[in-house]
Design a protein around this ligand. Sequence first.
Ligand code: GLN
Length: 561
Amino acid sequence: MFAKYLQKHKTKNEFIYITYIMKLIFVTWWVISGLWKGITAASIGRMMKSAGYKVTMAKMDPYLQIDAGTMSPYEHGETFVTTDWFETDLDLWHYERFINEELTRYSSVTTGQIYRSVMTKERRGDYLGKTVQVIPHVTNEIKDRIRKLSEWSDVAIIEIWGTVWDIEWPHFIEAMRQLRHDLWKENVLFVHVAPIVTVTTSWEMKTKAIQHSIIKLREVWIHANVLVCRTQKPLEDWVKWKLAMFCDIDESRIIEAVDQNIYQVPLAFQKQWLDKYIIKRFFNEDKGSDLTKREELVNKLMNPKKEITVWISGKYTNLDDSYISVLEALKHAWANYDTKINIERLETTEYQWDNWQDKLQKFISDKNISAIVSPGWFGDRGIEWMINVANYCRGNNLPYLWLCLGLQVATIAFARNICEIPHANSREFDPNGNQNVIDIMETQKWITKKWWTMRLGSYDAILKPDTKIRNLYKEFNQIDLSSNLVKERHRHRFEVNPNYHKKLLENWFVVSGTSPDGTLVEFIEIPDHKYYAATQAHPELKSRINKPHPLFLWLVKASIS
Ligand code: GLN
């Protein structure tokens, strides 16, 4: 039957992209963004993985950039980095955390990449004699990407950004529609996420917006199989009935996603039998997923025994999505230590106070802050104030975790105050400085294209025996003990200048980890301090609820004590 089907299409179309094993779930959305379509996709992934299937995931983004690297976090939330040095949308981070798999650059598809590839092929002469068009050339390119991605998985879950009739979306939706046609509908599932609008005067749940979104999808020949309703409170029976009736979707497949902790979402979906429905439909098996471990962790998150406050001191603190991985990494440590973590946000430029020592002290004691995390950023805004905070925390034994730029700031502060290098700075903030303890590496200086100067992706570091950081990785079982090797993700341009290594080390600056050849500083710590750790990497990108990162665990532990 299937072979027949393929043959039929081989004669009709120029290309056959599809293999019969593909099982695809497309997640679409409508009305407003921020509906948890990423969390919905990731939660489905978690359920499928916990049921024993191999899962992969991807995000289709409409923008023309090749990657998310050049966008400010205020534009698009935090930038995530894959192990294979690719900068992506932060949804990929949700996917990795939820399905507990490392994804690659192939999981991040943008319109820019698709068009670049089509144009390269066009110039190479691949389409000679043909008119190059959105259909079939652009849509085939998208389908090809999906095929490659799903080759080694039982299920591929693909999130599509953009709503129906968005000017940026048609090529993705057409590719999605064609795949359903090529693959037979049994192998493709459409999950549509839309909000229940609640009118605050009567608190009545309104379904019209959702009904319209389903109609819109039908205009492009997509019929949602599952409808996920984002709602502030559980759906009343009549709402489900009405949606089922007017959207022509079985009532059992109207799923509610009530406002809650994101880690609860897979559990909530499981309770509504979504896992069983998908498994039955795709694999004809009567089984569900096993989320017992997740349930235990969620219980710890929901019922903490202690409480602390952590100050996130950074440049983009006004938007939670900008530092979401840091916030979530703290939550992972929270689940591990039964300790609720309240977050205090004060942007670096907001505390340019006169008499800063007293004011900083007052802020810290008023807010009851027991630890500080300084996440990474680019540009010089707020740097001098961070240097002040670095000195304050070193002197006052306040637990401090410095991430990426943080390590650079901590080094500058240390160089100025302890090593007597008065004009210590970074080439990023003082391009002509002659005491740049943080600098661009010699090998990168000739590079003119900005992107190429970035150290991106996963890099090895060797930790020094008997350092706190090494023992910490050991305590939490995240180090290769035979070589003291750890792998962390990077996204930065500058490094501790090797010309200053000696001078810094003479002044008990403890380098707890370097690149395998010893040239790049990866971790530093300060002995006799409650917790003062810095890393050139972004450990928050690897933290997961079932595998919290040692540096965050230690921060919480030090703060509780
Ligand atoms: N701006 C610094 C650099 O390029 C740090 C970047 C970051 O914190 N991710 O090296």
